[in-house]
Design a binder for this molecule. Structure first.
Ligand code: SF4
Ligand code: FES
Length: 248
């Protein structure tokens, strides 16, 4: 395939940045999107030019490191996949592809397509944990019976990989789907009950401090989430928050 890539280039956080055109040839439909960018970067390096900076790690849809807004969609045109799982067969010979970073007030651009998503980490630090006695007397988790329905719902919420596509997709730059998933995965389990009140209050407080927008129930986040995180997690977080506020 022969393609025209229109890629956001930005030297650093202070640089204004802009779209630069890169014609590219010899792209196979079976290549992943990131392999296609690897080919481009090899060509740029061979020409003595600066390669395009982009985030990636596992390249298996697990770590949440890859991002990219591709033709106006977080993680590109396929459904239920991350950018690293997107294949070039989703595009046609002769296509023009716009590639931009995830954009949100809470995700400042570091360089080219790399944004700082540590705001999500700080929300996790604020409450995304349980306190467990690890002195050697830890009770095996399987000794606590858990309703199958709750266990499944918790597991579904825990599938969130913290990629930030929900934030980048939301017109308000809201992180409610991410935080809803992180609150829900513990709220549904007995192990999460002990710190439930502090967890939801602290995580929502940190979310507001980081400058994420409010949720207006548009639902775009759910559509673009590569892990199928449901809006019901936002509703559960709101119930947890109301209950915690009344107790607090
Ligand atoms: S809720 Fe979905 S889109 Fe948002 S961070 Fe988690 S996996 Fe990514
Ligand atoms: S690189 Fe790990 S999820 Fe894409």
């Amino acid at each position: 395939m022969k393609l025209t890539l229109k890629i956001w280039r930005q030297k650093n956080a202070q640089d204004k940045g802009g779209i630069v055109d890169y014609p590219i040839d010899g792209i196979e439909p079976d290549m992943s999107f990131l392999e296609m960018l690897d080919v481009l970067n090899e060509q740029l390096i061979n020409k003595g030019e600066e390669p395009v900076a982009f985030d990636h790690d596992c390249r298996e849809g697990i770590c949440g490191m890859c991002s990219l807004f591709i033709n106006g969609e977080a993680h590109g045109p396929d459904r239920g996949v991350t950018t690293c799982q997107l294949h070039m067969r989703m595009f046609k010979d002769g296509d023009t592809i716009f590639i931009e970073p995830f954009r949100a007030k809470a995700f400042p651009v570091i360089k080219d397509l790399v944004v700082d998503r540590s705001s999500l980490d700080r929300i996790q630090h604020a409450g995304g944990f349980i306190s467990v006695n690890t002195s050697g007397n830890t009770i095996d988790a399987n000794t606590i019976p858990i309703n199958k329905h709750d266990a499944d719902k918790s597991f579904d919420a825990a599938a969130c990989i913290g990629c930030g596509a929900c934030v980048a997709t939301c017109k308000n730059g809201s992180a409610m789907l991410f935080v809803g998933a992180k609150v829900s995965q513990y709220a549904l389990l007995p192990q999460g009950k002990v710190e439930a009140v502090d967890r939801v209050l602290n995580m929502v407080h940190q979310m507001d401090l980081e400058g994420f927008g409010n949720c207006t129930n548009t639902g775009a986040c759910e559509i673009e989430c590569p892990k199928g995180i449901s809006l019901e997690n936002i509703a559960r977080m709101n119930r947890e928050y109301l209950s915690a506020s009344l107790k607090g």
